[in-house]
Design a protein around this ligand. Structure first.
Ligand code: ATP
Ligand code: MG
Length: 256
């Protein structure tokens, strides 16, 4: 059973109040979209949930354990993982080594052979198994995103947060990421998907959270949220066409 309880989170950067009494709950393997304008606080919320930054006030409980004062590796061990808007891999390690690092460090329940086997299976699913002996720095931006998604699975997370996984990704890789989200969700993990791409959000998610400059202004079924005048005024009314990515779509695919 998955239970994430976020209660009255506040985060300030100096005079900037970026999260204002943010509260929501996740029960079970939900697939939830987190949307909102640039600067709304989506990445900041992710950073608080994964332990990278501490909130000024409020609490986060994952399956009954308080996690808002833990370090990121401890939060990962508790079962919450995230990807980054700008990918972070160990650039001088190989793809396979990148996959093994978190599990070898934190997963003491499985043998090295089991961990390697799982890593290979995940790389194959992500269509980058042929790159396993390449240094991560040799990968295209899209392939690095796939590697980060794969690494996340190595700790069997209960909850994963994907921070703009489609941004700047070639359409062919988008399909792989779509399949990944569906498979990981079906296998029992809850997913929070952050994206400016409304088509993806509406086709994948059964519930939407809308963050508007620190305020969680909506939490509900996509159809309800889509027609909520407050949400339309704050976000959906805005033409997001030019806002879908922070990078340039890549020319490279996952396979040569
Ligand atoms: N470490 C920091 N120090 C100071 N201000 C910060 C810091 N991190 C984020 N901010 C500010 O907090 C606000 C929220 O930023 P955040 O990155 O969380 O937004 P976002 O919703 O993820 O936006 P985007 O859709 O562009 O990714 C912005 O005004 C940003 O400039
Ligand atoms: Mg962001």
């Amino acid at each position: 059973m998955i239970n994430l309880v976020v209660k009255d989170l506040n985060k300030r950067f100096g005079g900037l109040h970026v999260l204002k009494d943010v509260s929501f709950e996740i029960n079970g393997p939900e697939l939830i979209g987190l949307i909102g304008p640039n600067g709304a606080g989506k990445t900041t919320l992710t950073n608080v949930l994964d332990g990278a930054i501490k909130p000024n006030s409020g609490t986060v409980y994952l399956n009954g354990e308080r996690i808002d004062q833990l370090q990121p590796f401890e939060v990962a061990r508790e079962g919450l993982g995230r990807t980054f808007q700008v990918t972070r891999s160990f650039r001088r390690m190989t793809v396979l080594e990148n996959m093994l690092v978190p599990a070898l460090a934190l997963d003491h329940a499985h043998s090295r052979a089991e961990i390697v086997e799982k890593a290979m299976e995940v790389l194959e699913f992500l269509t980058i198994d042929h790159l396993r002996n390449e240094h991560a720095q040799a990968l295209s931006g899209g392939q690095q995103k796939l590697l980060e998604l794969g690494r996340l699975l190595m700790l069997n997370p209960a909850v994963i947060i994907l921070d703009e996984p489609f941004a700047g990704v070639h359409p062919r890789l988008m399909e792989v990421i779509y399949r990944y989200i569906e498979r990981v969700n079906e296998s029992g993990s809850a997913i929070i998907l952050i994206s400016h791409q409304m088509d993806s959000i509406f086709s994948l998610c059964k519930r939407l959270l809308v963050l508007n400059y620190g305020d969680l202004i909506a939490d509900g079924a996509p159809e309800t949220v889509k027609n909520d005048p407050v949400v339309i005024e704050a976000y959906l009314g805005v033409d997001e066409e030019d806002d879908e990515t922070h990078g340039t779509p890549e020319e490279e695919g996952a396979t040569p």
